[in-house]
Design a binder for this molecule. Structure first.
Ligand code: NAP
Length: 432
């Protein structure tokens, strides 16, 4: 029989990862789910057909029923506190715990001992990849622990939550976290590098669009995603960040700590870390790692709240999981989109949009002129005789009905009465 799974932690990463376990893994349904904020579990569960998931009220209730338990939580003390809850469930012998959070390697070692001392199996399984990657099962897992335990955990990664894994079976647990922590320094340094490059491109007069093209051509992948995200402005408008500054600071802190303990200096990371502290001061817990760009701008004497050098609609569409809504907005309400460039509309793109909208408006008038011309032709060229009135009225009514049907549909798209609205923006950034 398939194992019973229990998922703890439905944050940005947890939701996507759990979704893939529910939909693709060989587990007994319903998959049990728990999140500190219960409403999140309820909303998440409602996305699946009934019987696929079940919200449990406590960690202990889930652990008692499950064979395999996944955790992905914010930070070390949270994971340790949840572990204490897990132990309250009683006998955990034989259960498999797959711990996916990014925590300090020493914390993982401590936790693994607590679990294995109680007869459970433990796999350290941090993941690489952003929430959007988690959503589509394209993460990269790093699995460390005893070979037999890793073998059991592997079935939930490649092809389910991840596109590939870094296999550390047989290695000490902490190695997975060492790799994760060092790997994350690449992300912070990449954002720092992009921010400095973009700000210099702007201030030197080169123009950020050329740097973005360079990045697209030479560094495709995460560099492009972050360049887009940085320039979209979405990161400081969203009510919940994609990579919260608190988590980025935690990751940087772990890496700096590891470096110090190993007698290494990570000067690049120190710079990124200092900028992250500025982001935290500026945006509080809603800050996102991409806010480093704002800090670098401020240092360079630019406005810290940050320009959008890409068309905002395009940038948000690429940078966030709300592509569908944004595509809809662009298609049906393009005249409403604000294209921001240093707080103003980009002349080139704004002009282009206005021109498009005007062309669309004129097409209704042009359509009407064509319809009138066709109606006049129908009036004058209808065959004479006793059926002339019938010919004229049939032709003119058909032409007018076709035009009305087209015009109503077209105008509804040009000026929709009800548009889809993003629900994840802070109030001040919702454009009506
Ligand atoms: N975001 C990324 O790009 C990314 C990528 C790879 C790995 N990671 C790592 O994955 C982990 C989760 O990241 P995330 O982006 O999903 O974070 P997140 O969106 O902030 O979610 C954090 C999760 O931890 C829970 N939590 C926070 N404080 C808690 C507490 N005191 N007690 C109980 N539960 C608590 C949250 O519950 P509530 O819903 O109640 O707040 C939520 O389920 C972190 O270790 C992060 O470093 C993140």
């Amino acid at each position: 029989m398939a194992p019973k799974a229990f998922w703890i932690g439905l944050g940005n990463m947890g939701r996507g990862m759990c979704k893939n376990v529910v939909e693709k893994a060989d587990v007994e349904h319903p998959v049990l789910i728990y999140n500190r904020t219960k409403q999140r579990s309820i909303e998440f569960s409602e996305k699946f057909p009934s019987g696929k998931t079940e919200v449990v009220d406590s960690v202990t209730a889930g652990v008692a029923q499950a064979d395999v338990i996944f955790t992905i939580l914010a930070k070390d003390d949270v994971v340790e506190a949840v572990a204490e809850e897990i132990f309250k469930a009683g006998d955990i012998t034989g259960k498999l715990f797959v711990e996916c959070s990014t925590i300090h390697p020493d914390t993982t070692t401590r936790l693994a001992k607590l679990f294995t001392d109680r007869g459970a199996e433990f796999v350290a399984a941090p993941v690489f990849g952003a929430p959007a990657m988690a959503e589509i099962g394209q993460l990269v897992g790093v699995l460390a622990g005893p070979e037999a335990s890793v073998e059991k955990a592997r079935q939930y990664f490649k092809g389910v939550m991840s596109r590939n894994d870094i296999d550390m079976s047989g290695e000490p647990y902490e190695k997975a976290l060492q790799l994760k922590v060092i790997g994350n320094t690449f992300v912070a340094n990449m954002v720092e590098q992009l921010s400095e490059g973009l700000v210099l491109s702007e201030k030197s007069g080169l123009g950020t669009q050329y740097l973005h093209s360079f990045v697209e051509n030479i560094f495709p992948g995460p560099f492009v995603a972050y360049s887009t995200r940085i320039q979209s402005g979405a990161y400081h408008e969203m009510s919940y960040p994609l990579f919260p500054v608190d988590l980025a600071l935690k990751d940087a802190g772990h890496a700096l700590n590891l470096a110090k303990a190993s007698g290494v200096r990570m000067k690049n990371l120190e710079v990124a870390n200092a900028h992250l502290l500025e982001v935290k001061k500026h945006d509080g817990e809603k800050g996102d790692i991409a806010g480093i760009y704002g800090a670098v701008r401020e240092e360079a004497g630019l406005k810290s709240v940050y320009s959008s050098t890409l068309p905002r609609s395009l940038a948000i569409r690429r940078a966030t999981p709300f592509a569908l809504v944004e595509t809809y907005r662009r298609t049906f309400a393009s005249h409403n989109l604000e294209i921001r460039n240093n707080g103003q509309r980009s002349n080139r793109t704004a002009g282009c949009n206005e021109a498009n909208t005007n062309t669309r408006r004129w097409s209704v008038i042009i359509g009407l002129v064509i319809v009138v011309a066709m109606s006049l032709a129908a009036w004058f060229f209808s065959p004479k005789g006793e059926n002339q009135v019938l010919w004229r009225s049939s032709l003119i009514l058909s032409i007018a009905s076709c035009f009305l049907m087209w015009a109503v549909t077209f105008l509804a798209q040009l000026h929709p009465l009800i548009e889809p609205r993003r629900s994840d923006l802070r109030k001040e950034y919702i454009h009506h």
